[in-house]
Design a protein around this ligand. Sequence first.
Ligand code: SF4
Length: 372
Amino acid sequence: MAVRSVFDSGVLRSEFEKAGINTHFIPLIWKHVLQNPNSEFNEVPSLPSAAYPILNSKFKFSTSTAHSVLESLDNVTTKLLIKLQNGSFVEAVIMRYDSRLGTCAGKPRSGGPRATLCISSQVGCKMGCTFCATGSMGFKSNLSSGEIVEQLVHASRFCHIRNIVFMGMGEPMNNYTSLVEAIRIMTGFPFQQSPKRITVSTVGIIHAIKKFHDDLPSVNLAVSLHAPRQDIRCQIMPAARAFPLEKLMDALRVYQKNSQQKIFIEYIMLDGVNDGEQHAHQLGQLLEMLQVVVNLIPFNPIGSLSDFSTSTDKRVVSFQKILRGSYNIRTTIRKQMGQDISGACGQLVVNLPVKGPLESSGLLTDIEDLRV
Ligand code: SF4
């Protein structure tokens, strides 16, 4: 068996249980690892003696390395290229934003500097969305819970991470067990991320949505709807054939009834495909009975990988106006970030080499809240 990440909690827990070691020691080990990344398991204090040989022979502080870092020209987006122990690469993107910028109802906004980390859950993705660079890679492998958590560990070296979104490479709900395990680690000691500031984005894996709230209460759900009709969804998201829109909407209604949480709807704006006034009305009618926030995402060109074009600003704004004005649906337009380093939505695909070793990147200070 390959050496596992110490954050692969299921494996670590079962090794401890087999040896009769109390699993309550596990978070204390994690605390030591986070505070002393260059130490060794033998230096973790006060563990039962049987724990040390298990840790030393079967686990590592980190199975992945932050191979390189790329910063956007505007300095608000940082992309980490992370090398896994099997030689594959995934990307994690830090987005920074000052939520005090601008005004709200004529008054200064509250808040402050924010950092959002966009995490990958798989190497590649099998959903094949035609507007997405990751989809063009095909599916390579699932990440373990430890490999998912390690992205947070690497990113935290740059700045304090306030929000986490599972919107990087992969469909998180297709790696459900690791997803749940990773989020439970992130929200427990010593990470203590707020579940309310974690968002999992899915193309609409219905059977996973049905159990999501029970497994991860308070964690936010975002659905990449991208079209108000099944035929258009199938055209741009082939995987939608397995998840009919009507059944997806039923699952969302049940989810909202049980969770009482609003749902984030992601909608990529593709010129001439899904960005017309009629689409805005169809979307409004589809969502009217739910509590949602719609996030309109201007399409990021992915070179020769796709034939789509970006909707004009005028069309995006008009789409937003219809949802707001006719259906009273809170609708935001996602700010474009990190396009120059392919760190924007739908652009995550591993490109080697990238410039700049991690050591030369320096610490970052400002930050962003992606969601609204
Ligand atoms: S948009 Fe998400 S689900 Fe679709 S191919 Fe890309 S990574 Fe996979």
